[in-house]
Design a protein around this ligand. Sequence first.
Ligand code: ADP
Ligand code: MG
Length: 359
Amino acid sequence: MKKKICTFRKKNIFKFTLILCILSVLNLISCTNIRNKYFEKSSIVMDTAVTLSASGDKSKEAVEESFKRLKEIEEMASTTIETSDIYKINSASGKDYVQVHPEIMKMIQTSIKYSKLSNGAFDITLGPLINLWGIGTDNEKLPKVEEIKDKLPLVGYDKIDVNEAEGSIMLKEKGMAVDLGGVAKGFAADEVLKIYKKYDINNGLINLGSSSIYAFGKNKDNNKWSVGIKNPRSNDSNEYMGVIKLSNESLSTSGDYERYFIKDNKRYHHILNPNTGYPVDNGAISDTIVINGDVEDNGMLADILTTTVFALGPEKGIELINSITGVSCEITTSDYKVYTSDGFKDRIENLKGDFKFVN
Ligand code: ADP
Ligand code: MG
């Protein structure tokens, strides 16, 4: 029987999905002077095509150690690796507290914080429904209405019991399941950045697929990094709808085109509405968050907030982002309108053809 292989879904593994590291990366490749050695490596981790590049005397060490760290995070956060904290928490749902690594505690506590802030639009307890739909796996399907109704009562971030003093977690009802697909890659990007800093890396691009990018320093021409936002309705993954220039900032994108299937002319994608159990259906087709590198845990927040803003839709999403210091966003709807948070319009360059800014 076909089965889901990992928490982080598999459909887009071999597509270097929506974010394109445009010319800056190529420029950096040619940067090989001895005091500022360039090193780049790509690999699949967390079911994601990850590319890490760095410039500095210890660039190779930094990149190699980062890949080890990514593997460690995957082994803690996966829903299917039986030794992972998340697997253990889900297996013990309704029964026991499970001792977790501080990393998992941090991801879960931060997720709960943003669930509260978004009135539940972001919710890591969607696990039972994510598994039911299987979107992005070999067994994706349109579930029966009754199946969705059965699983919905198991969703609710308020049913996660956190014992901070003991460092343990319990899901209050049997059958509940946590899924960190909307947070772990961002957390991982922050961890890579810490390693880069430890090795005195000067410049580099941390690219965990579409979800999480950190642009560290400048490119070889001493310019900001150029990152393309994928055109959400183009089959060509190299076609972008606009370009954002970044330096010491996180960028994250979510969309309905990354993992989806189409049945009877309707698109079913991987970001679910915790109230209905169905894919979010508010007109949004993609969104991008940019966070200043000074903001604590910016990678993790960017990851959480792209999923959150997508789920909230343009109006509430923009309102939320405007209330958080150091965070900006755009959200694109199916009529190709591009909504932006305060001042962010000016940061999107070369907006292509059919796309139009609303505000
Ligand atoms: P990516 O995996 O490309 O980074 P996102 O960051 O948008 O995509 O996260 C989407 C993933 O988050 C889904 O595949 C699923 O695992 C999980 N998820 C789906 N809907 C929600 C939601 N409303 N709240 C929290 N997590 C969600
Ligand atoms: Mg993400």
